[in-house]
Structure formats: structure tokens, C-alpha cells
Design a protein around this ligand. Structure first.
Ligand code: ADP
Length: 560
């Protein structure tokens, strides 16, 4: 992976790790805070509820104190002693109860017999044991008890808070036991006060009844809820359900906000990561590119230090100095190599020129000697014709050597243009037809785009085919010409001749290496130089049928 991506990904991963650690931690803390706040609020409301219960008890106590001190009750107590009791005594409880805001009021004699009942007039004359039990509790205590009432479904037992007061009239004692019922109206009051759903549930029901039955409910609490209960003596409990829906909504809102922030943070870190990694890696990439170019043979490539600073800048400066040094060294090396190469060429050229000079000199010396011997007779004429032919032949050879040498020495710079190599080779191969037992087997794959001097590459091809034909003279067989476009575009010329002599292989491309009587040994040297000037290669290998295989490799280019 490229350094830039690796660095950018590292930045992103780092910020993701941070987000992964920070977000859940922050959310957990926030959640704990919200929950504890909610619980504190609920605790506060429960205190309010308890205060309300106290207030209700206070109301009951005050109402009963006021009743106990009233003239009206004293009158009733007095009349209750009469036998038979006057009729108004039996209804007295109702008229005493209602104006004092009480739901329950019973007047009971000392034996527990009901003299008058406001909440259950039918009780008259009967004992009301649970209610009478209140009289044996500590004086004036407000207690929770179960009170029997008549309802549409018959006799029911409802929780109430009551208190008892004794009214003594002479010898007789009358009890007034009164209080309030825990009704739906009370549940509604509490619900209004707390915002919770309030249920009044019975507890410690007498045998047969359902313990925990809901007696009254008010308010609404969408889930999820926290529930708290407040016992009312041992007869009922007030259950308050506080909705947590707000908390959940707040929590998910915070979560959304957090995720939003995390997303924005991540985006920023991606952008920042790319920006920073670009800043760090672009000089490194420039260095890599430059190093690759130098390795590929382009000398003296420089890197702009641009925005780089610190170590990167000094690295670039050092690199540039090194490429300068390298270029200078390479230039010197190339120059001295070139001199050495030309010295070698000159040496061989001199040798080649010397070869024809010897027969020329010998011919002329023979002629000179013959002419000095006597008159120019017929024998001399014959000798002259023979020598002149030999001299002309050698002069021709000299001319050929000089012509090819000047071509080798003044090889023009290639004029490059883009071609599909098949389009260059095809028209050349069209000129070749089978002859003297030699056939041509041409397989040109298209699509190998190259940047070449068409004439020079044609010259290379013609040269290779000429060599192949010469190697195969007197034999039958095929010359194979192929194009294979790959990462490089390959052109192969393979023959079925005797192949390259082993002792020649190493020197094959050197100038003046030839095995042919009329050869100059410059053909392959020129071909290889042309390929080098094209940034390509010319190599030799063994053909499949023992012949020679010359392989031209050219850099493949993409269309402009
Ligand atoms: P020239 O053809 O003038 O000799 P070249 O440089 O073209 O010069 O070839 C150099 C030598 O390489 C040839 O003389 C020959 O010995 C050898 N050679 C070239 N091509 C082939 C081939 N296809 N098969 C065998 N030998 C070859």
C-alpha cells in the first residue's frame, strides 16, 4: 500500500479509537448523571407525597378534634343515652360527617354497638369491629384501617385513615370514629402533585380477597417507569409510577448529538489525515519517483523541496546533491566509454581498410615489375586486366566499408512517432515472398503501440531478415516474424539456419564482427544502436529449430 494511504488510514484509525473510547465513556457518565438526577427528583416527589399524607392526617385530626368539641356531638351523645334513642341520633353521623370533609364517621357506644353510621347507615345497632378496634389504639392516634362500605356490588372493605375521639356524657361514653377514605379523588390529587401514575392498592386483605388489588388509579406514566410505594398502615399502599420517557428521549437526543459530533470528528480526521499524510508523503513520493527515474536511466532528476521542512528538506537536498554527483560521474564515464569505443572502432576500421590495401599494393607492384621487364606485350595486357579487376574489387570493398562506417558513425537521432508496431512490420513483410526454399511465416499481433522512428526500425527488421536469409542460403526452411505485445512490445525474427556460432555470441553486436567474406560486421552493431536510442533492446537467443532468434523489445506506450 502506498505510504500516503497507510498514513491517512493510521490517522483515521487513531481518531476512531479515540471516538470508540471517549463516546461510550462519556455516554455512560452522562447516563449515570441523568439516572441519578431522575432518582433525586423521584425522591423529592416522594417527600412531597409523604408531606401530603401528613397533611391528610392533620386534616382528619383537626376535623375530629373540632367534632369532638362541638355542641352538636354533645347533643347527639346525650340523646343517644335515651331509651329509645330519638330518630335524629341514627342519622346524626351523616350530617356531622359531610360538612367536615370526612368520608367515614361512626358513633359507637362503649360496647362497640353502632349508634349512627355516616358511611354505612345499615350498620345501625350492629358492632363494627375493625372500626371499634381503633378506639383501643393510643388516644387520638390517626391510623390506617379497613372500613366496610356498601356499594353497588354489595359490602366492600376500603382502606381509610381514621381517628377516634371519646365523648363522655355522665356515666356513658360515646365514641366518634371518623376519617377519610383512600379514594380515586385522593389518587388524582397525588397524581396532579407528582406527575406520576398513582395507584392505591390494598394490602393485608382479609382471607378470600385479592391482596394487592388496585382500588384506584389516576394519571398516566408512559413506559419505562420507576415505581415507588408508600405503605398506608398495613391495609394499603400507594404506588407511584414515574415515567422515564423524558429521560429516554433526552438520552437518545444526547446520543444522536454525540454520534453527530463523532461523525463530524471522523470526517475532519479523515480530511486532516489526508492533508497531513499528503504533506508528509508528497516529498517522499517525489523522491521515490525520482529514484525510479534514475534507476530507469534518466540521469540528473531533481526533486523540488517545495513545502518540505526539517529532515525531509535536508533529505531532498542531499538527494539532489547525490543525483548531481551521480550525473557528473555518469557523464564522465559515458564520455570515456565513448572514447574507448571509438578507439576500438577506429582500430578495427584501420584493420579492415588495411586488408584490401595489401592486394591492391601487390597488384600494382606486379604490374610495375612487368612493365619494367620489357615491352608491354599481350602477357602484360592479361596481367594488367587481372590486376585492374582485383584492384577495382578491393576498392569496391573499401567503398562499402566506408559507406557503412559513415552510416554507423552518423546515425541520425530517431524522429519518434506513435505506431502500432504491426502497422510498421506488415508493409515490410509484404515485400518478402518465398524464394529458394525459404518461406516466411508472419504472425503479427496488433495492439502493441510504440514510439519509434519508422525508417530506423524498418532498417533493423530488414537487416535481421537479410542475416536470416544469408544464414539459410542453400537450405530450406522458414523465417518466422512475430509481434507479441506485452508489458513491452516484442518483435522476433527467428530462422531455421545453423544458429549463431558459439564463439561469436559474446561479440555479436560489436562493430566489424563478421563471418562473411563480403560482410562488414556493422549490421547488428547499427541495429543495436538504433534500439538503444529507442530505449529498447536487441538480444539474441537460440531458435526452436536450432536457428538464431533475434528479439527486439520496445517500451509500450499508451495512446496520446
Ligand atoms: P554482416 O552481416 O555484415 O556480417 P552483421 O553484424 O549483420 O554483419 O552480422 C555479424 C555476424 O553475425 C554475421 O557475420 C554472422 O556470422 C552472424 N549472424 C548474424 N545473423 C545471423 C543469423 N541469423 N544466423 C547465424 N549467424 C548470424
Amino acid at each position: 500500500m502506498r505510504l500516503r494511504w497507510t498514513l491517512a488510514l493510521a490517522f483515521v484509525a487513531l481518531s476512531m479509537v479515540q471516538i470508540a473510547v471517549v463516546v461510550p465513556l462519556a455516554l455512560r457518565n452522562l447516563n449515570a448523571l441523568l439516572v441519578s438526577q431522575q432518582e433525586a427528583r423521584v425522591d423529592q416527589l416522594m417527600i412531597t407525597v409523604e408531606a401530603e399524607a401528613q397533611r391528610l392526617q392533620g386534616d382528619v385530626r383537626r376535623a375530629m378534634d373540632e367534632l369532638a368539641a362541638s355542641q352538636a356531638l354533645e347533643d347527639v351523645a346525650r340523646d343517644a343515652a335515651k331509651v329509645p334513642a330519638p330518630a335524629h341520633v341514627t342519622t346524626a353521623a351523616t350530617s356531622l360527617m359531610t360538612p367536615r370533609g370526612l368520608d367515614v364517621l361512626a358513633l359507637v357506644d362503649d360496647t362497640g354497638r353502632t349508634l349512627s353510621s355516616g358511611h354505612l347507615p345499615a350498620r345501625l345497632g350492629d358492632p363494627d369491629d375493625p372500626l371499634f378496634a381503633v378506639t383501643r389504639r393510643p388516644a387520638k392516634a390517626v391510623v390506617a384501617t379497613r372500613v366496610e362500605l356498601s356499594s353497588a356490588t354489595g359490602l366492600i372493605s376500603a382502606p381509610a385513615i381514621v381517628t377516634a375521639r371519646a365523648i363522655d356524657y355522665g356515666e356513658r361514653r360515646v365514641w366518634a370514629i371518623g376519617g377519610v377514605l383512600l379514594t380515586e379523588a385522593r389518587a388524582k390529587d397525588l397524581s396532579r402533585l407528582t406527575g406520576a401514575r398513582v395507584s392505591i392498592k390494598s394490602a393485608g386483605e382479609p382471607a378470600g380477597a385479592v391482596d394487592g388489588a388496585t382500588l384506584a388509579t389516576a394519571g398516566d406514566a408512559p413506559p419505562p417507569i420507576i415505581t415507588r410505594a408508600l405503605p398506608v398502615g398495613d391495609v394499603a399502599s400507594i404506588q407511584l409510577s414515574f415515567s422515564q420517557a423524558d429521560l429516554v428521549a433526552t438520552r437518545s437526543e444526547v446520543l444522536r448529538a454525540f454520534l453527530g459530533f463523532a461523525g463530524v470528528g471522523l470526517l475532519l480526521s479523515i480530511i486532516l489525515g489526508f492533508a497531513v499524510s499528503r504533506r508528509i508523503t508528497s516529498p517522499v513520493e517525489a523522491l521515490t519517483d525520482a529514484a525510479q527515474k534514475i534507476a530507469g536511466g534518466t540521469p540528473g532528476v531533481k526533486v523540488e523541496s517545495g513545502s518540505a521542512s526539517g529532515e525531509l528538506k535536508s533529505l531532498i537536498d542531499t538527494f539532489n546533491r547525490m543525483t548531481d554527483d551521480l550525473k557528473n560521474a555518469t557523464d564522465k564515464l559515458v564520455a570515456s566509454e565513448r572514447i574507448a569505443a571509438w578507439q576500438e572502432v577506429a582500430r578495427r576500421l584501420a584493420h579492415e581498410i588495411k586488408n584490401p590495401l595489401t592486394p591492391i599494393r601487390m597488384s600494382l607492384e606486379t604490374l610495375l615489375a612487368a612493365s619494367q621487364r620489357g615491352p608491354l606485350d599481350d602477357r602484360f595486357k592479361g596481367l594488367f586486366a587481372e590486376s585492374a579487376r582485383a584492384v577495382l574489387e578491393e576498392v569496391d570493398r573499401l567503398k562499402r566499408i566506408v559507406d557503412e562506417f559513415s552510416q554507423f558513425a552518423r546515425l541520425p537521432r530517431p524522429e519518434l512517432a506513435q505506431h502500432d508496431l504491426a502497422d510498421v512490420v506488415q508493409p515490410v513483410m509484404a515485400l518478402y515472398t518465398s524464394h529458394d526454399g525459404i518461406t516466411f511465416n508472419v504472425a503479427l499481433e496488433r495492439g502493441g503501440l510504440v514510439s519509434i522512428d519508422r525508417d530506423q526500425v524498418t532498417q533493423v527488421l530488414v537487416n535481421l531478415i537479410k542475416n536470416a536469409e544469408e544464414a539459410m542460403s542453400g537450405k530450406t526452411g522458414a523465417i518466422h516474424v512475430r509481434i507479441k505485445p506485452a508489458t513491452e512490445v516484442i518483435l522476433e525474427v527467428e530462422d531455421e539456419g545453423p544458429g549463431i556460432p558459439e564463439n561469436l555470441k559474446a561479440r555479436l553486436f560489436e562493430p566489424y564482427v563478421t563471418t562473411k567474406p563480403q560482410g562488414t560486421g556493422l549490421g547488428l552493431a547499427i541495429a543495436q544502436r538504433i534500439m538503444q536510442e529507442h530505449g529498447g533492446r536487441l538480444e539474441v537467443a537460440d531458435g526452436a529449430k536450432g536457428g538464431a532468434l533475434f528479439r527486439v523489445s520496445l517500451p509500450r506506450v499508451s495512446p496520446r
